[in-house]
Design a protein around this ligand. Structure first.
Ligand SMILES: *Cc1c(COP(=O)(O)O)cnc(C)c1O
Length: 385
């Protein structure tokens, strides 16, 4: 019987034979850069840790299993994974990217990919006509769903049909939902990307990134790029992410439960103009998401009535920390316009709705009453101004 995702989080892909590694329950950390050969022309299967390392491999197999993919690759950060992936393309080729993406990804495409001769067009995948933007030299589509920070939802099945029809690779950054809630490969994506720094690690203590694919040919190319450019994840960090994944299921459930409660509570505050959370039935991507995800995640963006209100909230939260990043057990509040999305070109910021009134919450797993208490004291003070 096929295991459920929550069990895979704890037991990995587990092809473990009894007694292997002296029966260690926690996978050992092979803290070594190199491996001795038993004889000339012989190998234990491991030569040098940039290419293969048993701890990293255990993590790669686990993440691949969680994403229902055949091959997983662990990088030193999410950006290292994406930068390596972009080496799959040649100068002169064209990619269509969603205009609302993680700011670092947009910076990479704008400043590195373009310099390397790639052509990039940004469009709104859930509103614009994607097909009409496909050119003769278009080779790939790049999306996040939900998007960061506007929480737009792309219909994965529809977009993958377009990709298949036009022979394009579909690249999906699945960081916001984690493999616990969504598996884009099952909807026809060719490469799934993760910042493992976020939900997979889950504790705001380790950087990591992943690529997961089904096709042997793409896997082979990524393996070559990885050993050649060298952004592989270190053994100790691989182990930390493996440990984080063990509690992925229970963390995602609790964070989502908190996010659902908080998004409704935020909607009742008079200083809040709009709450962007796809778990709310009135969210325009709600129905699509029900078809392609097992949950709505725990990222909640909201728009307040003024820049002053936004600043006030950032300064007055006590339990909730004003910090970049997401996906950890701690609830964090972010100001996209000066933090995560500061490097997004101004025109694009405006087009997407990233204004100085927009805030983003990564809802953690604290007791909900303490989160409400913290936000409650902020909004009470706002009333008193
Ligand atoms: C954080 C993030 C990244 C980049 O990952 P790092 O681990 O910070 O390098 C990429 N995509 C999304 C959606 C992210 O949130």
């Amino acid at each position: 019987m096929k295991r459920k995702v929550g069990t895979t989080c704890i037991h990995g892909e587990e092809s473990k034979t009894k007694g292997e590694h002296f029966g260690a329950i926690s996978y050992p950390i092979y803290q070594t850069a190199t491996f001795a050969h038993p004889g000339v022309g012989q190998s234990t299967g491991y030569d040098y840790s940039r290419m293969q390392n048993p701890t990293r491999e255990q993590l790669e197999k686990t993440v691949a299993a969680l994403e229902e993919g055949a091959f997983g690759f662990a990088f030193s950060s999410g950006m290292a994974a994406i930068a390596t992936m972009m080496e799959l393309f040649q100068p002169g080729q064209h990619l269509l990217i969603d205009s609302d993406l993680y700011g670092g990804s947009i910076r990479l495409f704008e400043h590195i990919s373009k310099k390397n001769g790639l052509q990039i067009t940004a469009l709104d995948f859930c509103q614009d006509d994607v097909v009409s933007h496909i050119q003769e030299n278009t080779v790939a589509l790049y999306v996040e769903t939900p998007t960061n920070p506007m929480m737009n939802i792309t219909d994965l099945k529809k977009i993958s049909e377009i990709a298949k029809k036009h022979k394009l690779l579909l690249l999906v950054d699945n960081t916001f939902l984690s493999p616990y809630f969504q598996n884009p490969l099952s909807f026809g994506a060719d490469v799934v990307i993760h910042s493992g720094t976020k939900y997979l690690g889950g504790h705001n203590d380790t950087l990591a990134g992943f690529l997961v694919v089904n096709e042997e040919k793409i896997a082979e190319q990524i393996r070559f790029l990885m050993k050649t450019t060298g952004a592989a994840l270190a053994p100790m960090d691989s182990w930390l992410i493996l440990r984080g994944i063990k509690t992925l299921a229970i963390r995602m459930e609790k964070a989502q439960e908190n996010a659902i409660f908080l998004s409704k509570w935020l909607g009742e505050q008079s200083q809040i103009r709009k709450v962007l959370y796809p778990g709310l039935p009135e969210h325009k991507g709600h129905e699509i998401m029900k078809k392609q995800s097992r949950g709505f995640g725990a990222m909640v963006s909201f728009e307040v009535d003024s820049k002053e209100t936004a600043f006030f909230i950032l300064e007055k939260v006590q339990l909730i920390q004003y910090a970049e990043s997401l996906g950890g057990v701690e609830t964090l509040i972010t100001y996209p316009i000066t933090q995560t999305h500061a490097d997004v070109p101004k025109a694009l910021q405006e087009k997407n709705g990233i204004t100085d009134c927009l805030l983003r919450l990564s809802v953690g797993i604290e007791d909900i009453s303490d989160l409400i208490q913290d936000l409650g004291q902020v909004f009470w003070q706002l009333e008193q101004r």
